[in-house]
Design a binder for this molecule. Sequence first.
Ligand code: IVH
Length: 684
Amino acid sequence: MTNNSNSEDIAAARIQELRELIQYHNERYYSLDSPEIPDADYDALFRELNQLEQLHPNLITADSPTQTVGGTTINTFEEVVHRTPMMSLDNSFSIEQLEAWADRVRKGLQEEKTDPQWVCELKFDGLAVSLIYEEGKLVQAATRGDGTTGEDVTANVQTIKSIPHRLPEKAPAFLEVRGEVYMSLTAFVELNKSQQSSGEKTYANPRNTAAGSLRQKDSKITATRNLSFWAYAVGGIEGQELQDSHLDTLHFLKELGLPVNEKAKKFEDFSSVIDFINQIEKTRHDLDYEIDGVVVKVDALSMQDTLGATARAPRWAMAYKLPPEEQTTTLLDIEVSIGAGGQATPFARLNPVVVGGSTVSTATLHNSDQVEAKDVRPGDTVIVRKAGDVIPEVVRPVLSERHPDSTPWKFPTHCPVCESLLVRPQGEAATFCPNHACPAQVRGRISHFVSRGAMDIEGFGEQTVDLFVSQGLISDVADIFTLDMERIAKFEGFGETSINNLKTAIEESKNQPLGRLLFGLRIPHVGTTVADLVARSFKNLDGLEQATIEDLEEVEGLGPVIAASIHDWLREKHNQQLLSKIREAEINLTAVSSSISSTETQLLEGMSIVVTGTLSVMKREEAKAAILERGGKSPGSVSSSTTFLVAGEGGGSKLLKAESLNIPVLDEESFIQLLKTGKVSDSN
Ligand code: IVH
């Protein structure tokens, strides 16, 4: 009791201090235009206040900086429920896939008297918004959000110069315009130049910068970001009728003064669609904005109605994703990094180059065979490729530009961190540092243990791990639970609050289910799914430790290799010592999180729920973990025994398979409902 009220008093004092500090810096920044501290420091203060308020909700006051912006009281953006859902698009990655879609469309339109016509548009790489005009006046702008509910960003959208606040007289009584907010390359380069000259951080790519700019709590900041907009659809109209044509709809929007991209074109036959794509592929770099594909749509709105939509995307439209982008640059050097398991991975240091919208200065070379096969050498001009969020890769050297004196690169014989002799086990592509105590490995193991998919200990970033390891505070993951906080308090940057936050995060992690712990321990071949399976099968650590190889092999989904790996790992002397240290820390060693109720653990029993694509509210592993925690299964592929497919953004082939097998597809909202109640509403 005394302890609780003590910590509450400390929190209240720090909260008060933070509020005063933030208010002071707000004034310097917004009113005096003369900030005293970098944004990152300001953000850290804000985050600290937010975290403390989350821990002590009774201390939140209406005038706290977390609840107000420039005088108006807003915590987050207001929610907007879209009148009709804002759907996603299905993707094709080859012309064959696109043609297969066109065939499906023709089939779906067999009853129609005429063949469909196709409209091709660019696929703008920004973020979707809905604009509502009532009696010609822009009254609301919202982000797509989860498709059903978005965020009200009206004040911010009003700062986008090309979006009219008023439409001409002839506008319908009600009009919902849908389109993409984006940042032009010119605006992006300008913004980064100004950031650089004022010593601020530069932004990685136009898309994320546009998204961040649109979600600013202060629209004055959005106004400085020079965002743009392309309208590409009508979400709803009252008081007038649209022509039965998507291209005519675009012309209609243009006549109302909305920005419509001039590249949109209509074609009679599909071979012209393919010609259009080829031409865009060649000229995409001439554009002053980024695109990630071409969208092909059935032109007649009546045909679009006939074709309808799946839970996620219309059947009448398809995105053709352009292949990843490539650039050339100089390979400055090849270095080797040591991973948590000791793998020595070569990577290229590059002269920084913008590829696929973001600056790339390092790229993986995977292993020594790959370096040899590609024969890339320091000093070479190389081709670098980046596809979406995928790690950048060195494709090949440009031989015509190679220096005549260049010699092949040789894999180092010794670990660059601890200087142990590197080993390459026979038959394996990877090379390893065999020293378990190598600081790079220790850091890697700890970083993995605290990561989101494992024990999820917040505030334990790479720098903190580096500091604690180099200061000798931690040498294995169990040391996290006996950290000497008094020593840490002496380090720069570790005030009372950050120490308290760290303590809380560590304490909370002790409730994680056993699966998280097993995954965190990096047992060879044990990923999140296997870790959860094993934990649930043996219920607790004691049960698992007593299991024979045969018991392990009996677990559905475990083969002899994984079974032996787990069995051997548990019997290795160092690992046993580690486990006994972990036991002493009194952490939860049962398959169920100590913070989930026992009724919840049965909620999804008997269900097999596959997750695909990118979810906005949680990571895919978290979604899977949530299913497993509630007694369900979450295999990696769709089959006839799948109960539901949860489809996030970009979940291509699994979605097609689910549709062909008539498996119900859930969007994120229905999935959350399923997790809470064990049921989904009938509309799914
Ligand atoms: S039409 C119901 N047209 O792509 C279909 N979307 O991956 C609505 N996008 O959320 C979308 N350019 O943000 C359409 N010319 C275009 C587009 C486009 C970009 C985005 C949009 C959508 C995402 C789906």
